[in-house]
Write a protein that binds this ligand. Structure first.
Ligand SMILES: Nc1ncnc2c1ncn2[C@@H]1O[C@H](COP(=O)(O)OP(=O)(O)OP(=O)(O)O)[C@@H](O)[C@H]1O
Length: 345
């Protein structure tokens, strides 16, 4: 079931200089996000990601097109309906946006107080949420006494306070170090799987998508240039911008300078095989190479786990007499596609 739907959505902002052109932040975007899934929107700065997020929680209204939540057009909602909508959408931010003057418990309590819940209810819910995010022992601390990862966990607890069905994450891990990023991503995954919350993350880090998203949408200049199931997009990116994002987490097939350097450094024939779940395993390729008496060394690439599925490029230097090398490579290529090779002159 579709929970969030953008149909033909365009958002234009007035020109930044007098007489200039309007800024088209979002350009004819169609997007369907199914309930209970995690969708990642990736793009460089200025691609239009934040504007999409702000359209989803009705902080912006589209210039044209429709934004629907659960089948309902959210443009032109009245104040009361807007409040109800926002209660159904939690949000977390890169800079956490906590109240420094409130304790951890006070931060998490805030949306419940605004919603007019009783003191007992607030107390119970806050303690339940702090347990969930693993911060039960920090209730009385202030944000400045916490690490970045802990602050974001408070942000997540606060965003979940009113039991929203949707969580919007705006570069939620961009200010964190890699280990803390993984912790926060693991927590977001639990929010999705254990609480059933639909999550829309916007990020410029493909790692975030690899770790938690089911589907990915790549934006450039306000448009969606590529989208699909995470494994499909990461293992077979079509657009140059998507390839650049994917290359930040998955070693590409070496070419140009990189291939020349590998060729200089390693004797033998340099070949690259693609390992894609469902086809061959690394072991199949290695066994095929060895069975023909060639020797080989892994010189670039490796295997990645994308949402529990295997994908990667293995670049090998294969040595031995010419015949053995030829037979070994032919045998291995029966298992996995041979995508590039460089024969030394
Ligand atoms: N309120 C606004 N007024 C004018 N222009 C805006 C406004 N909000 C966004 N823009 C412009 O719209 C374009 C898309 O911005 P947006 O913030 O959505 O991109 P983004 O992909 O989220 O980038 P970033 O990661 O830097 O936030 C940019 O050119 C931006 O300058």
């Amino acid at each position: 079931m579709t929970l969030i739907r953008l149909s033909g959505v365009t958002k234009r902002f007035p020109p930044s200089t007098k007489g200039g052109d309007p800024v088209v932040a979002v350009d004819d975007v169609d997007l369907d996000i199914a309930a209970g899934t995690v969708c990642g929107i990736v793009g460089y700065s200025g691609a239009g990601k934040s504007t999409v997020l702000r359209l989803v929680n009705a902080l912006e209204t589209p210039t044209s097109g429709r934004v629907e939540i659960d089948g309902r057009d959210i443009t032109g909602l009245r104040e009361r309906e807007l409040r109800a909508l926002r209660g159904d959408i939690g949000m977390i931010f890169q800079q956490f946006n906590l109240f420094d003057s409130r304790t951890v418990a006070g931060n998490v309590a805030y949306p419940l107080e605004v919603a007019g819940r009783s003191r007992t209810e607030v107390k119970e819910r806050v303690s339940e949420l702090l347990d969930f995010v693993g911060l039960a022992g920090k209730a009385r601390n202030y944000p400045e006494q916490l690490s970045g990862g802990q602050r974001q966990r408070v942000g997540i607890a606060r965003a979940l306070a009113t039991n929203p069905r949707i969580l919007l994450a705006d570069e939620a891990t961009s200010a964190l170090d890699p280990d803390t990023t993984q912790e926060v991503l693991a927590l977001l995954k639990r929010v999705n799987t254990e609480l059933g919350v639909t999550i829309l993350v916007i990020t410029h880090e493909m790692e975030v998508v690899r770790a938690i998203a089911d589907r990915v949408v790549v934006m450039e200049h306000g448009r969606i240039i590529e989208s699909g199931e995470v494994f499909e997009v990461l293992s077979s990116p079509q657009q140059p911008a998507t390839r650049r994002f994917v290359a930040s987490i998955i070693d590409e097939v070496p070419s140009g300078e990189k291939l020349a350097a590998l060729t200089r450094r390693h004797p033998g024939r340099i070949v690259t095989f693609t390992i894609r779940e469902g086809d061959a395993t690394q072991a199949d390729v290695f066994a095929a190479l060895s069975s023909h008496g060639a020797r080989f060394e892994l010189i670039h690439g490796g295997i990645n786990d994308i949402r529990g599925r295997v994908f990667g490029h293995l670049t090998l230097a294969v040595t031995g007499d010419d015949d053995a090398v030829e037979r070994a490579i032919t045998a291995a290529s029966q298992h996995a596609p041979l995508i590039e090779e460089d024969v030394r002159g």
